[in-house]
Design a protein around this ligand. Structure first.
Ligand SMILES: Nc1ncnc2c1ncn2[C@@H]1O[C@H](COP(=O)(O)OP(=O)(O)O)[C@@H](O)[C@H]1O
Ligand SMILES: [Mg+2]
Length: 250
């Protein structure tokens, strides 16, 4: 019972296939994580799925209905936080509501509640340049939640953060699944992050990108790295990714 099914997705740049036969499915409520070498085509895939840039082939279906792209079914948090510097954090979080012509009093109340839940209380009127990278990412998460879509696509949401901030925000990402009941498809290059958060990790190949291997993780969350199973999978994935880098260099 998949919510999202992608089959044969294709993207070609300058006559070269970034991916040409990419299949992926996501089940409702699942936290699925894609891990792959830099430049393999992960962001290109998300751009294609969301219609930021069209795909050159393939089928996308949502609850078995064919779609050109995910459109209103998904909220997409791109690799850069894309907060507008001239808007306060609260106003940035309200952008989805403004473009959707919604009841602003109600939506402001929703946003304020999310600020509390994501640890941003007191920073509503601050501007992006006045707060830390971790806070900007929290604000970007609030904004993503304000779209109120079932599926959330996260492209390396924590990659610009230091290790301690990243660890804190990882537990917030879990809330998206447990508290906000979202289905999540996330890209990360951090294998530990993938293993801490995912119900399934897909390990991607270099271009043309395909799923090389999938790992189903049943360990209850929150998870910690004292779990020998996770450590074993981590070592295995690292070896696989290092192999790919060596192949590319050769
Ligand atoms: N607009 C573009 N025009 C041409 N090539 C592009 C464009 N955007 C990305 N690419 C190429 O597509 C490949 C995949 O990029 P990207 O999806 O950003 O990788 P990843 O997110 O996996 O690091 C790279 O080789 C990149 O150079
Ligand atoms: Mg990318």
């Amino acid at each position: 019972m998949d919510m999202l099914q992608i089959s044969g997705a294709t993207k070609i740049y300058n006559g070269q296939a970034i991916f040409s036969n990419f299949d992926l499915s996501v089940a409702p409520g699942q936290f699925k994580v894609l891990v792959g070498p830099s430049g393999c085509g992960k962001s290109t895939l998300f751009d294609g799925l969301t219609g930021v840039m069209g795909l050159d082939g393939g089928k996308i279906s949502w609850n078995h209905e064919p779609l050109a792209h995910l459109g209103r079914h998904a909220a997409y948090m791109q690799q850069k936080d894309l907060l507008l510097p001239w808007f306060s954090l609260l106003d940035n979080s309200l952008l989805p509501a403004k473009t959707g012509k919604q009841d602003m009093i109600r939506m402001t109340a929703v946003a304020r509640k999310l600020f509390v839940r994501l640890g941003l209380t007191g920073y509503e009127s601050h501007y992006p340049h006045e707060v830390s990278g971790g806070m900007r990412q929290r604000c970007a998460l609030v904004r993503t939640l304000m779209f109120n879509r079932d599926l959330i696509l996260l492209d390396e949401p924590l990659s610009a953060l230091d290790a301690i901030t990243r660890r804190r925000l990882q537990s917030l990402l879990l809330l998206l699944q447990t508290e906000f009941k979202k289905t999540i498809l996330m890209i990360t290059h951090d294998i530990e992050e993938a293993l801490l958060l995912a119900d399934e990790v897909c390990l991607l190949s270099p271009q043309p990108m395909v799923i090389k291997e999938r790992f189903s993780l049943k360990q209850p969350k929150p998870r910690y790295f004292n779990n020998p199973d996770l450590l074993k999978i981590k070592e295995y994935m690292l070896a696989q990714l290092e192999g790919d880098v060596t192949c590319e260099a050769g």
